[in-house]
Design a protein. Structure first.
Lengths: 298, 269
């Protein structure tokens, strides 16, 4: 036994793989225990719950696919699913496109001190409440809000902005824009400057350099930023309710309504499982595009 | 190159515009929290602190504030510990199923908070843990641990693994190596993780809304106010929260900077 122990230690010095002892378990187990108990078990329970039935407003353990069939045979559930996907894609595109010039400017056109100040300012909103910021937007874009007061002063309006898709997108941008600018900025800052100079020396124009050199080099960060936006907006509840007026609904609104109105937890669970599966598929697809292939192309 | 200057100027203008978009809601909220009128419309009426007095005298708000502090501190301590333990495990050990282990460590933030809240409510309800302050803490730790883990892992990746081995060669056991090599090196990231997880928990409202029951934390209180009527009290609460968070962040910065400063002083010139 003693020999085996020594061997284990020698091996660890070389290849970093000591046998599990009390010390290793002390550091390794907390996560496994906590996430197993309060994350994996609840998620597993969510999946099980989709097969339960509700009789006389009471939950009963069961194995019945009726919830899945009922939910997916309804036209409005399918519509809501597609709409939510569309909103999240729209948010990812809008945020990425609007963030890029700002990230580009901060990465290439300013001094390090200004860049640090910019990063600091972009981190600040993370320490304010998202709900409060959304509430403030209501005051800005409502029918007799600040923007419309300005519009009326200029002689036009009122423009309806609150309770429209525009409002929802403003909310999504409030949630994601600072994060997207930061992620894009970090990946742009790591782009090799000599590549850009080489492109310029070889007679590549500004715009072409951005599209053929800078964007491909910063691909990982740009894709990750868009993916984060998709994930956050796909599941967001606050913006579509408070700025989009909850009509038409997104999946999160559908979940809350299903629970509130019929107390129908299993059907809400069906929607929730669908959302989780969608997000996992999207996340892995994005990772594949970010890291997986693309090397082969050039 | 005039064209260069024009491009640079318009890009900088664009940055200002983007920052403006980010800060408009924060500034507006701050201004209207001092506005005497009930409705957030122009023109702005008299300066007044009436809404701050209102939230101070309204029982749920100070209570919610206290709950938020308790939850934030507990979550910061627990999730930073688990995050540190996990980051260290990833740093030092290789084992079968490590990818699954790491996925478990990083996955929770990709699940929408609405679903996490719902799932927690269903599950904790089954095991009779729901509706208490500690159910909020349990759930927030799940959500916050990945942030702590990522921060501390980042710091550990800047460390040479041979440092720890050198300590063992000099006769330190595992625990002494941890105490005198790993912990001092990761200390800045541990503080950063403490503040970040506290801030995330302090601002999280969806999970807290579902599992907290009558124990409202501050953001949940705001959410419930919003569903009621228009009230500048929300702006007042928001400004207080902002002031608290930003103070914490600045304190953390100052603390980290002075520590780094003394470190530099000790180094030979």
């Amino acid at each position: 036994m003693a020999v085996a122990e020594t061997e284990g230690v020698t091996a660890s010095a070389g290849r970093n793989a000591p046998r599990p002892d009390g010390y290793a378990l002390f550091w390794g187990l907390p996560l496994a225990l906590w996430q197993g108990m309060f994350f994996l078990a609840p998620l597993a329970f969510l999946v099980v719950m989709t097969f339960w039935s509700v009789k006389n407003f009471r939950l009963e353990p069961d194995f019945d696919t009726v919830n899945w069939v009922k939910m997916w045979s309804k036209g409005y559930v399918v519509d809501t699913y597609l709409r939510t996907l569309g909103y999240a894609v729209l948010a990812a595109v809008v945020c990425s496109v609007l963030a890029f010039p700002a990230a580009y400017a901060l990465a290439f056109k300013v001094s390090p001190a200004i860049r640090r100040l910019g990063v600091f300012l972009l981190i600040t909103p993370f320490f304010t409440s998202y709900v409060v910021r959304v509430y403030s937007w209501q005051a800005v874009i409502s029918d007799n809000g600040i923007l419309n007061t300005v519009f009326a002063f200029l002689g036009f309006g009122p423009v309806e902005m609150l309770n429209t898709l525009f409002g929802t997108v403003i909310g999504y941008m409030t949630l994601c824009l600072p994060l997207v600018i930061l992620l894009q900025l970090f990946s742009l800052a790591n782009v090799d400057r000599s590549l850009i100079e080489a492109a310029h020396n070889l007679g590549c124009g500004r715009i072409r350099t951005i599209f053929l050199v800078i964007i491909p080099s910063a691909k990982v960060g740009l894709i990750l930023a868009a993916t984060f936006t998709f994930i956050l907006c796909f599941g967001d509840f606050v913006s579509p309710v408070s700025l989009g007026g909850s009509k038409p609904p997104t999946l999160s609104i559908l979940i809350v309504d299903t629970v509130k109105q019929g107390n129908h937890w299993p059907r809400a669970a069906v929607v929730a499982v669908t959302m989780v599966v969608t997000l996992i598929v999207v996340a892995f697809t994005a990772l594949y595009f970010a890291y997986g292939h693309g090397r082969a192309r050039r | 190159m005039r064209l260069d200057r024009i491009i640079r100027g318009s890009l900088l203008g664009y940055v200002f515009l983007a920052l403006g978009f980010v800060f408009v809601p924060i500034v507006i909220s701050f201004i209207f929290s001092f506005n005497e009128g009930r409705f957030p419309v122009l023109p702005i009426e008299n300066f007044s602190t009436v809404w701050y007095e209102a939230i101070w005298n309204e029982a749920p708000v100070p209570r919610a504030f206290r709950f938020s502090i308790i939850v934030g501190l507990s979550v910061a301590a627990i999730s930073t510990f688990i995050g540190f333990a996990t980051a260290y495990t990833d740093f030092r050990y290789r084992f079968f199923g490590k990818n699954v282990y790491l996925a478990l460590a990083l996955l929770p933030p990709t699940i929408p908070v609405l679903i996490l809240g719902l799932v927690m409510l269903m599950f904790l309800g089954r095991v009779s843990l729901v509706g208490e302050l500690h159910s909020v803490i349990f759930s927030h730790v799940v959500y916050c641990t990945p942030f702590a883990m990522a921060l501390i892992r980042l710091r550990l990746s800047q460390m040479d693994p041979d440092l720890e081995r050198a300590a063992w060669n000099l006769g330190a056991n595992n625990w002494r190596g941890m105490l005198f090599v790993i912990l001092p090196f990761t200390m800045p990231s541990i503080f950063a993780a403490l503040f970040l997880t506290a801030a995330v928990s302090f601002d999280e409202f969806m999970i807290a809304f579902f599992v907290g029951g009558v124990n409202e934390t501050l953001p949940v209180r705001v959410l419930n106010m919003m569903q009621g009527q228009v009230s500048p009290r929300i702006n007042a609460v928001g400004s207080v929260v902002f002031a608290v968070s930003i103070t914490l962040v600045i304190l953390a910065q100052v603390f980290l900077l002075t520590r780094r400063g003394t470190g530099r002083l000790k180094a030979p010139v």
